[in-house]
Design a protein around this ligand. Sequence first.
Ligand code: NAD
Ligand code: IPM
Ligand code: MN
Length: 365
Amino acid sequence: PRSYSITLLPGDGIGPEVVSVAKDILSVVGAHEGIEFFYNEMPMGGAALDAVGVPLPEETLAAAKQSDAVLLGAIGGYKWDGNEKPLKPETGLLQLRAGLGVFANLRPATVWPQLVDSSTLKKEVAEGVDLIVIRELTGGIYFGEPRGFGTNDKGEDFGFNTEIYSTFEIDRIARVAFEIARKRQSKLCSVDKANVLEASMLWRKRVNEIASEYSDVQLSHMYVDNAAMQLIRDPRQFDTIVTNNIFGDILSDEASIITGSIGMLPSASVSESGPGLFEPIHGSAPDIAGQDKANPLATVLSAAMLLRYGLGEENAARRIEAAVIETLNKGFRTSDIHSSGMVLVGCKRMGEEVLKSVDSQKPIV
Ligand code: NAD
Ligand code: IPM
Ligand code: MN
């Protein structure tokens, strides 16, 4: 059989609960498709801080780099919120993304017909939404220098960050976005704040430049404040959105709720070579951690993205997606997507139901 090594980073809060579900589903799908997975589970985030004192141990990054793909749950929690920057779980996540060089973060938001009633938007608005946010992941204000704290001449403390993008960084994320748009509805909307920010002015100029290589793709530009509004007013106008690191973070959480729950949104973070990083867009959800309430589907769908974008195993990816759809068709819902008449289940049970659906599938040819 074909075999792959997968680094599992369960992390904190609901991370271990949802990763355990996704791992079982990967294994069973693998068995159906003649794929063998070798898992290497490593500490990361708060769990790593508690175990060895740093949020991303060297061994964890080394294992991730040596594997074929990385599946992450989530990191963070109240316990570590007061930590200084180098000892925050979130710092470990940024180090992991930077260490793997995964500059392109794909965050699809699809309103599944079964979940239209779970959306907080009216049915007429939410129905049929199928968009993807391409978020630049290793640059911008998250990583820009100079940054830090200081004290001004009035004796007031301040904190500061730098939003910075080079042509190289903009061009490569733009090309990824145009390529993806081309395989979808060939509509690309670049979101920026070019009316105010220099980094956005260059962003817009370079995206227009790269557009000449993709004359078949219809390109538009939108300011981020308007985009936030348009996403709720008429989300179906969007096909592919490309944006910087921080706008992509915010807009993808906003897009997620159109689909019913942040617990439904997967992501893939990729580079030009080397292993990809696959994670749900949600966090460690400390408010529901340890209660078997988390929706595991964002992570299960991230495993499908791992198969598709990380390993090129399209059939196995489709098996997972088909099983998720069947499970929703049968009426199983975690509390975040529950509506009247549906069967309320916990995280584990949701996983078991998806597994049953995988097992009852006919071979995909
Ligand atoms: P969050 O995404 O963890 O939670 C926001 C809300 O959504 C909560 O009410 C939570 O219960 C709910 N939710 C999230 N995932 C869910 C799921 N799978 N099923 C059902 N409900 C779900 O965001 P937050 O509360 O702002 O952050 C909590 C911690 O997670 C913080 O430490 C933050 O830094 C961290 N975080 C980590 C990641 C990551 O690991 N990639 C992403 C975002 C936030
Ligand atoms: C996400 C998270 C992270 C981010 C945090 C936890 C560093 O919000 O993956 O969306 O801002 O990228
Ligand atoms: Mn986020």
